[in-house]
Design a protein around this ligand. Structure first.
Ligand code: PLP
Length: 382
């Protein structure tokens, strides 16, 4: 007999609340309502033309087989060049493993470093899936709060209090989803001094607007850096990401990858090579546009009396504390959607510390941002 209890061991794995807001928004759109979408972190630009040309060419050449599990040599070489050119970090192609998107590599890197029952430190708020992925990998998430009063910077002294014999890794993300904050060099140095492996989710590294993009590898070798093509390269659906690890750990990472994925899609890897070789100008133009939007949204929020109270300088997000703290952020976002037609992400998606906040994504045109903020302001809900 098929019984729903069969899957009850997964009951603690939550869904993305922003997805539920999105589903409701789609329903409203199908009923003829106009919706402005600020709930997702998905660039509203097309992937670089070089990616498309490369894929068409690869398909003609029938480049759609399995590849070496760690990825095409040409792509790993380009990633080595990128880390040297863009972050001043010297690595070897043998330290790189390519996969279908960074999401899977988050899981892989936790399995790699953290045995069952060990602890992995994360921040609260943090990217929605971290806590779930750590649990799925059989480890225990240990939480360090980030506070708006500290500009959402990580307080390493507080983190130190959470270290135990079971701590196997610290998972960070800078520039950060959902706050848009870039961790300072002091924070990175203090983290490196702890001498504990850091899994550094660097998917927004290139979207750092006020300081030179950096990798945690600038601070420590004891790092599994995870990066990908979804954000700066506007290639979300292409599913291409990679990790960089010390040589000592790459063999185990490779074994996991062989068993769980075999290899990343060959023609998408070919596109990754083209983009890394040829699309820097296009991506820098998108970055410039994101920075215009960041400045625009921060100025407009201030003008409307809705100052977020801290300075986001990376990725494409702003967290905002709404006044009606009796409502959960999910219920609040649903109400905002129904009353204004603006879709936003509930802060709860990003941990209990995100409760009472919403996340606005400015991966949207200035015209839409302006219309959305005016609607939010006029609704007097915020
Ligand atoms: C911090 C962070 N890491 C990872 C991802 C997932 O990236 P990918 O599309 O490469 O799986 C996202 C997507 O929003 C993200 O915000």
């Amino acid at each position: 007999m098929i019984n729903i209890k069969q899957t009850s061991h997964l009951d603690s794995i939550g869904s993305f609340l922003a997805m539920e807001i999105f589903s409701r928004a789609k329903k409203l759109e199908s009923l003829g309502h106009e919706i402005i979408h600020l709930e997702f972190g998905e660039p509203d630009f097309s992937a670089p033309e070089d990616a498309l040309k490369s894929v068409l060419n690869s398909m003609k050449n029938n480049d759609a087989g399995y590849t070496f599990s760690r990825g095409l040599e040409g792509l790993r070489n380009e990633i080595v060049k990128k880390y040297s050119r863009d972050y001043g970090v010297e690595i070897l192609p043998d330290q790189v493993l390519v996969s279908n998107g960074t999401s899977f590599l988050l899981y892989l890197s936790i399995r790699l470093l953290a045995p069952f029952g060990s602890e992995v430190i994360i921040t609260d708020p943090c990217y929605a899936c971290y806590e779930n992925v750590i649990r799925l990998a059989g480890a225990v998430p240990v939480i360090v709060k980030l506070r708006q009063e500290d500009g959402f910077q990580l307080n390493v002294n507080e983190l130190k209090k959470k270290l135990t014999k079971k701590t196997k890794a610290i998972l960070i993300n800078s520039p950060m989803n959902p706050t848009g904050v870039v961790f300072s060099n002091e924070v990175m140095m203090e983290l490196a001094e702890l001498d504990i492996p850091v899994i550094s989710d660097e998917i927004y590294a290139d979207l750092s607007f006020e300081e030179k993009p950096k990798s945690f590898l600038n601070f420590s070798q004891q790092t599994v850096a995870i990066n990908g093509f979804s954000k700066y390269y506007a290639m979300t659906g292409w599913r291409l990401g990679y990790l960089i690890s010390p040589k000592e750990w790459i063999f185990a990472a490779d074994r996991l990858h062989q068993n769980l994925m075999i290899s990343a899609t060959e023609f998408v890897q070919e596109a990754g090579i083209s983009v890394l070789q040829k699309s820097k100008d296009y991506c820098e133009k998108m970055k410039l546009e994101f920075d215009h939007r960041r400045i625009y949204i921060l100025n407009l929020l201030k003008e409307l009396g809705m100052d977020p109270g801290y300075k986001p300088t990376g990725a494409f997000y702003v967290m905002y504390k709404y006044k009606n703290n009796k409502k959960s952020s999910f219920d609040f976002c649903l109400e905002v959607l129904e009353k204004t037609g603006v879709a936003i992400a509930p802060g709860r998606d990003f941990g209990s510390g995100g409760e009472g906040y919403i996340r606005l994504s400015y991966a949207q045109s200035i015209a839409n941002i302006e219309r959305a903020l005016k609607k939010l302001y006029e609704s007097k809900l915020l």
